[in-house]
Structure formats: structure tokens, C-alpha cells
Design a binder for this molecule. Structure first.
Ligand code: NAD
Length: 503
């Protein structure tokens, strides 16, 4: 029994007071632009609609954020931490409603959404603790000065997030920014704005200044572009695809403001013949079929050493036939549909291209209970492809893995590095030395040994190469979200004045 539409209405009423719009200084403002219609990923039927925020709302949000940032920094660091902690508590209190809203909107299994909501509360608690620990330093210069290096917030940060993990990426990007003393204007994906709107309202309830977390619900080309042009925006963090990233980074370059880019990947999951194969099968399933493959770190290239390649592919195909596909809102469901009609067409097109290039497509059987018109893609293994094929080079962002054989360690590392991306990867082996060598040899921002996919707010996360640059978690994020100021205090009784020291 698929219950999506009805539940969405209930949660929208509960969390958002029935209104879908932009959160600007604590008010939910109706958009001024064109209607944006959302479809239920499970059934393909129209689900809900709202109006694109538009340039006027975007400008208002940016201006209000700049005012709120001053109010935020007027509080003590300890008080800022207490209020972010309180936001974490409210996320925990509203966890079930948030998880259901996310599940219905994005088509993600409820159990995954519950886990992600808990992670967002944990992020709030982690960053709350940092607020009063952002310290400066002094530098022993040769003149009579005391030089104090202060770490100061950037001001207003524009955070732009994607549809595949809406609340998770909201927390991941908003919380370190505000912990570092900034205000944030968040532009969630037009497909999945609902839990981000709820986050904005909970931030007010937690006692954050009105305007500190503004949420602009709208399209990239209109509302997003208007925010990028807003003079108050001093930095951008972008999580999304390469085409939008190139455009956004170009605008940032022209405006001479920094940006952090967290982009896609084509990560290699490398299985050696000496691995614990049942554990590696389980890990490979998790790597590509969790969230129906709509994860930036998905292990979408499965590199398997030739002597065990065919056996491993058979084990993987048998295991994927057992994945429980079903209503995302059923707590027992392990895999749901992909999130949008556009994504469904993209994934289906790449599977067809793989088959045209000679792949054997091993797909799990389709359960009869699935609605005919939802965006359902069965877990699929494309076997018999080379690393140069389109399915092995293009980010599919669906439950589809390309299985590719390799001969030896050198070839495994060479193949792993043979895409423009560098987001993540993993190796499965019982040789400690090999695990370290391969981890050092693969160009990627995150790498797992005999596991896949764990990330944590306390650990830096980001990409090499076309997977982006900059880090927005762990201590590295504090550097990204602040800028240093050198304050020169003359302490000499008779200062040596002169013009010789400037560059
Ligand atoms: P997308 O690039 O289409 O959109 C991302 C966001 O950018 C959306 O909010 C969109 O409205 C906005 N946007 C688009 N054009 C814009 C413009 N001109 N100005 C301002 N904003 C604009 O990406 P998507 O399809 O929503 O997300 C999928 C991609 O995100 C995948 O490539 C995935 O790998 C990547 N991703 C990366 C990470 C990471 O941390 N590395 C995490 C999750 C997703």
C-alpha cells in the first residue's frame, strides 16, 4: 500500500504550518515566480506545488541575512553554541516528522531518512561545541609589534544544495557556517525544499536570530542566480553537479568571492582476490544500491581482480535480487525509486547505452507491487564493459554499477584514477600492506579499507579533481568559513617608522 501523498500533506501541515515558501526573517514568504510542481517519486503522480521564490525574495533574504549576522556576532561565542545545540535538540524532537517528509518528497526509504535526520542533529551538537573554540594566535615578528591573527567570519554564505540528500546536505553546509559566525542563505534543490524549509523554521524556534538561516525555495536559474548576484553574499558553498558548478564557480570568480565545491564522483570499489568475499559483496551492495545509488560517494565502478571477477559478479547479482524494494514510507523498505522523472530518464539512458556498448545488464527482478508509473530502477550490474565505456565514465547517480576486471595492483590503481573525478573509493583485501599502498595511490578525498561509505561531521570531506575543492566538515571547515585578519599593535617605545616594509 503506497501512502506517499497523504502523509506529505500531514507532515507539511505539522512542520511547515501548511505553507511552502521561503523562510525569510522567520516568515514563510510565498514565491513571486512560476509554479514548481513536484511528483511523487513512488507513483509518478503530481504531489505538491509551490511558487519559485524569484529575485525579489532572494534579494530580501540576502539583505536580511547580513543584518542577522551582525546580531549573531553580538552574542557571546558560548551563547551561539547553546543556541545551535538547541537546534540539534529540536531536530531530535521532530525527527520522525522530518524523516517522513524527506522520505515522501525524495523517495528515500524511511529508515535511511531516520538515520540521516539523527546525523543532522549530531552535526548541530558537534558544531555547537566549536563556537567558543575558534581561537586566534600571535606571530613573533622582528619589529616591535604584537601581531594578533584573528579568525573572522566571511559574513553571508550562500549554500546551494542538491536533491539526493536534502536535509543532510542542509545540515552539513549550514551548521559549520553559522558556528563560524556567518549567516547563511540556503538555496535547496527545487525538487526537495521541504525539510530545508522546516530546518529554517526550527532555527527560529531554537533562538537563532531571525534571518540567520534564510531558506530560499526556488529554481537555480532564477532564485539561485539572483542570490549569486546579491552583493551581501561573501562566499558560496555548492553541492551538486558539474555543469551548475562550472557556472557558479565562474560567477564567484568574476565577483572575486571564494567557493567550496562538493561535486559528483565515479568512485572505484576495488576487490582483490584475497578479500573476504561475502563481506566485500555486502559492502559493494551498500556502496551502490544504498539510496538507489543517488549518493555522491556511490561505488559506481566495481573493479574486481580477474580470478574472482565472474564469481563475485554472480554473488552480487544473487544478493541484489534480495533487496527489498517498496514504498519508501514503509520502515522495512531497503530501496526506493529514484527521486525525479529527469533522473529516471538519465539513469535509464545510461543503462541502455551500456547495453549498446556490449554490457550484460544483470538486473534484480521487479516486485509486482511497485506502481507502474513511479521512477523505479532495479538494482543493476553492467558486466563486460571497459573502463573507457560511457557507463564507466559518466556519473549515473542511480542503482547501477559497472563491473570491470583487473589483473594486478598496478592496474587497479591505474583504472581507479582513470576518470576526471576523485571523490571516494575503497579497497577490499586481507593484505595490510596492499591496503595502505592502494589507499595512498588512489586520488580521492575519502577512501575506505574493507568498508564503504562512512563519513562523519568531524572528518574533512571533499573531492580531488572534478569532484570539487575545499572541505566543509571537520576542522578544515573552520578555515573555509572564516578569514584571517592580522592586527599589528605597535608596542615599541620608539617605533621605527618607514615605508620599507610594505609589499
Ligand atoms: P544540480 O547541479 O543540478 O543542482 C544543485 C543545486 O544547484 C540545486 O539547488 C539547483 O537549483 C542549483 N543550481 C543549478 N543551477 C544554478 C545556478 N545557475 N545558480 C544557482 N544555483 C543553481 O545537481 P543535482 O542534480 O541537484 O544533484 C546531483 C549532483 O550533486 C550529483 O552530481 C552528485 O554527485 C552531487 N552531490 C555531491 C555531493 C558531495 O558532497 N560531493 C553530495 C551530494 C550530491
Amino acid at each position: 500500500m503506497f501512502q506517499a501523498g497523504r502523509v506529505l500533506e500531514a507532515e507539511v501541515a505539522w512542520l511547515l504550518g501548511g505553507r511552502i515558501g521561503s523562510v525569510v526573517e522567520g516568515e514563510v514568504l510565498a514565491g513571486q515566480g512560476a509554479p514548481v510542481g513536484l511528483e511523487d517519486p513512488a507513483t509518478g503522480l503530481p504531489m505538491i506545488s509551490y511558487a519559485d521564490a524569484g529575485a525579489g525574495v532572494a534579494r530580501q533574504a540576502a539583505a536580511g541575512a547580513a543584518r542577522a549576522q551582525l546580531a549573531w556576532m553580538a552574542l557571546s561565542a558560548a551563547e551561539r553554541g547553546r543556541r545551535i545545540w538547541a537546534l540539534g535538540g529540536l531536530i531530535r524532537q521532530n525527527a520522525e516528522a522530518l524523516a517522513r517528509l524527506e522520505s515522501a518528497n525524495a523517495g528515500k526509504p524511511l529508515r535511511d531518512c531516520r538515520a540521516q535526520v539523527a546525523r543532522v542533529a549530531e552535526m548541530a551538537e558537534y558544531w555547537a561545541g566549536w563556537c567558543d573554540k575558534i581561537e586566534g594566535r600571535t606571530v613573533p615578528v622582528p619589529s616591535g609589534h604584537t601581531v594578533i591573527i584573528r579568525r573572522e567570519p566571511m559574513g553571508v554564505v550562500l549554500a546551494i544544495t542538491p536533491w539526493n540528500a536534502p536535509l543532510f546536505t542542509c545540515g552539513w553546509n549550514v551548521l559549520p557556517a553559522i558556528a563560524a559566525g556567518n549567516a547563511v542563505v540556503l538555496k535547496p534543490s527545487e525538487y526537495t525544499p521541504l525539510t530545508s524549509i522546516a530546518f529554517g523554521l526550527l532555527a527560529i524556534e531554537a533562538g537563532l536570530p531571525r534571518g540567520l538561516v534564510q531558506v530560499v525555495a526556488g529554481l537555480g536559474a532564477t532564485s539561485g542566480e539572483a542570490l549569486l548576484a546579491a552583493p551581501e553574499v561573501a562566499m558560496v558553498t555548492f553541492v551538486g553537479g558539474a555543469a551548475s558548478a562550472a557556472r557558479i564557480a565562474g560567477t564567484c570568480a568574476a565577483r572575486m568571492i571564494p567557493c567550496v565545491l562538493e561535486l559528483g564522483g565515479k568512485s572505484a570499489n576495488i576487490v582483490f582476490a584475497d578479500a573476504d568475499l561475502p563481506a566485500a559483496v555486502q559492502g559493494a551492495q551498500q556502496a551502490i544500491f544504498a539510496s538507489s545509488g543517488q549518493s555522491c560517494v556511490a561505488g559506481s565502478r566495481l573493479l574486481v581482480q580477474r580470478p574472482v571477477h565472474d564469481r563475485f559478479v554472480e554473488m552480487m547479482a544473487a544478493a541484489s535480487a534480495k533487496i527489498r524494494l517498496g514504498d519508501p514510507l514503509d520502515g522495512a523498505t531497503e530501496a526506493g525509486p529514484v527521486a525525479t522523472a529527469r533522473q529516471f530518464a538519465h539513469v535509464s539512458g545510461l543503462v541502455a547505452a551500456g547495453v549498446a556498448e556490449g554490457a550484460a545488464a544483470l538486473a534484480a527482478p521487479r516486485p509486482e507491487a511497485l506502481p507502474r508509473d513511479g521512477f523505479w530502477v532495479m538494482p543493476t550490474i553492467l558486466a563486460g564493459l571497459t573502463n573507457e565505456s560511457s557507463a564507466a565514465q559518466t556519473e549515473i547517480f542511480g542503482p547501477v554499477v559497472a563491473a570491470i576486471p583487473f589483473e594486478d595492483e598496478a592496474e587497479a590503481v591505474r583504472l581507479a584514477n582513470a576518470t576526471p573525478y576523485g571523490l571516494a573509493g575503497a579497497v577490499w583485501t586481507q593484505s595490510l600492506g596492499r591496503a595502505h599502498r592502494v589507499a595512498a595511490g588512489v586520488r580521492a578525498g575519502s577512501f575506505w579499507v574493507n568498508g564503504y561509505g562512512t563519513i562523519h561531521v568531524s572528518v574533512p570531506f571533499g573531492g580531488f579533481g572534478a569532484s570539487g575543492h575545499g572541505r566543509s566538515s571537520g576542522q578544515e571547515a573552520l578555515a573555509a568559513y572564516t578569514q584571517s585578519k592580522a592586527v599589528w599593535v605597535e608596542t615599541a617605545e620608539q617605533p621605527a617608522l618607514g615605508f620599507g616594509h610594505r609589499p
